[in-house]
Each structure stands twice: as structure tokens, then as C-alpha cells.
Design a protein around this ligand. Structure first.
Ligand code: PEP
Length: 259
């Protein structure tokens, strides 16, 4: 079914110190090697905390592991008086290839606006980081039936003024907030419905060709036991996994979703 390379991504959130991070990536790489994983067929990436990135880089580069990695956030600025912020320039130098933008926890806890996220996408692109833009509705919006409208508005606002050429490496992650860390999984039909709506919106904003080239992931309580049914949707190209990415075997089993 896949015309786009499937991607299984692990968002570690604020878990794992730098020692634990190295152990987890090592174990994940061994487990995937044992299973004969082909990274060209299914891409694997992890999003550790900033303080783990150097350790992950050393391991991945030194042992030539096939795992890609990125950060969970970045500043929209490149350098200067922004105490506590991290520049895309630094992430690029640490070998990051992707960066999460607009995770619901950043939107909620830090009040990140669509306008700021647009600016963060621009910062990611300036430093050759593939932006993984997270969109999705909360429970109230879902119950009001406005979830598609809401999510597509987030998408359009975040991409405002950016061209298809600039966005060629864009990845979109649909994460219904009510399904994150709650054990409630959106049904495979819900994941497919929204992914198709996102793709149609990208076709409307840019072109069908562009829309067909962009990977759309589903995130929200994905586990080894439910991943296969979620990824059956024709427009669902992978998963963004939180809790279940902290355990190497469980995450490796998610990566091997076809088995
Ligand atoms: C996430 O926060 O990106 C996520 C999908 O979390 P979980 O898998 O734990 O629901």
C-alpha cells in the first residue's frame, strides 16, 4: 500500500537522562538488527530530550546505526539573547535530521501559537531539519464535530506563506489530543478520515503531486497491538509514538508492524 516510505517515530518527551538514552538507543538498534529490520523500507526516528542528543549522535554515528533522530522543539531564532532556547543551527550540527513542531504539549503548556509554529517551521527549514508538524483536536472539539475544520485550520496557519518547494521534507503528525497518553486510541477509521482530509487540504493549498509526496503520521496511544490496524488506512504513512517508544522491544515491535 505504501507509496511513501513509512516512518515510525518515537517521542520520548521529558524522559530518559543521557545514560538511559544511550542504553535505549543501543537496545533498540540491537532488537531491530535481530529482527533483520530494513531501514530503507521503514524509517525509524527518535526524539530524545535536548541533553541526550550528543550521546545519541555519538552512538548513531560511531556504530553507523540506521536510526534517525531529532529534537522535540526548537527556537524560531538562530542565535542571540534567547535564554534557555535551542537553535536549529545547533540541532543540525548534532546530526538531527527532523524536529517536532507544535506538539500538543508545547501548544498547551507553553501556549505556542500557530504564528510561532509557522516561524519555527521556517527556522527548521533554514537549518535543513525536516519539520514534523503536529496537529490535532482536543476532546471538546471532537465532541462538537468540528475536529476536521479545527485540524485543517491549524495546518493552514502553520504553513502560511511557505511554498511546496520549501516544504518538500514536511511531515505531518495527526495527534488527537484526547488520545495522547490516555490509552484511548482513535479508531483506524478516524485516523484515515483525518489523514485523507489533511492530504486533500495539502492538495488544495499546493498541488496533488505535493500532497501525494507528504507523509502523514498518526499519534495517540499507539502500541504494538494496535499499530497494524491504524496503518491500514491508505493515507496513514506511519506513527508518532509517545509512551510505547520508551521500551525498546515494544517500540521495535511497532516498527515491525507488518509482522
Ligand atoms: C505523543 O505525545 O506524541 C504521543 C503520541 O503519546 P502517546 O503515544 O503516549 O499517546
Amino acid at each position: 500500500k505504501f507509496v511513501r516510505r513509512p516512518l515510525i517515530a518515537g517521542n520520548w518527551k521529558m524522559n530518559m537522562d543521557h545514560m538511559q538514552a544511550i542504553a535505549l538507543v543501543q537496545k533498540l538498534a540491537w532488537t531491530l538488527d535481530d529482527a533483520g529490520h530494513d531501514y530503507e523500507r521503514v524509517q525509524v526516528s527518535v526524539f530524545p530530550p535536548f541533553t541526550d542528543l550528543r550521546g545519541v549522535q555519538t552512538l548513531v554515528a560511531g556504530d553507523k546505526l540506521g536510526i534517525d533522530y531529532g529534537a522535540q522543539d526548537l527556537s524560531d531564532q538562530d542565535s542571540g539573547a534567547y535564554t534557555g532556547d535551542i537553535s536549529g543551527q545547533f540541532l543540525n550540527k548534532l546530526g538531527c535530521s527532523q524536529v517536532l513542531i507544535g506538539h500538543s504539549e508545547r501548544r498547551e503548556i507553553h501556549g505556542e501559537s500557530d504564528e510561532l509554529l509557522n516561524s519555527k517551521i521556517r527556522a527548521a527549514l533554514r537549518h535543513s531539519l525536516a519539520p514534523m508538524l503536529c496537529v490535532g483536536e482536543g476532546l471538546e472539539v471532537r465532541e462538537s464535530g468540528q475536529h476536521i475544520e479545527h485540524t485543517l485550520a491549524q495546518l493552514a496557519e502553520a504553513l502560511k506563506g511557505l511554498s511546496a518547494e520549501e516544504l518538500s521534507e514536511l511531515i505531518v503528525a495527526y495527534e488527537p489530543v484526547w488520545a495522547i497518553g490516555t490509552g484511548k486510541v482513535a479508531g483506524p477509521e478516524d485516523a484515515q478520515e483525518m489523514s485523507a482530509a489533511i492530504r486533500a487540504k495539502l492538495a488544495e493549498l499546493y498541488s496533488q503531486e505535493f500532497a501525494d509526496s507528504i507523509r502523514i503520521l498518526y499519534g495517540g496511544s499507539v502500541k504494538a497491538k494496535n499499530v497494524a490496524s491504524i496503518l491500514k488506512g491508505a493515507d496513514v504513512d506511519g506513527a508518532l509514538v509517545g509512551g510505547a517508544s520508551l521500551e525498546a522491544e515494544e517500540f521495535a515491535n511497532i516498527v515491525s508492524f507488518e509482522k
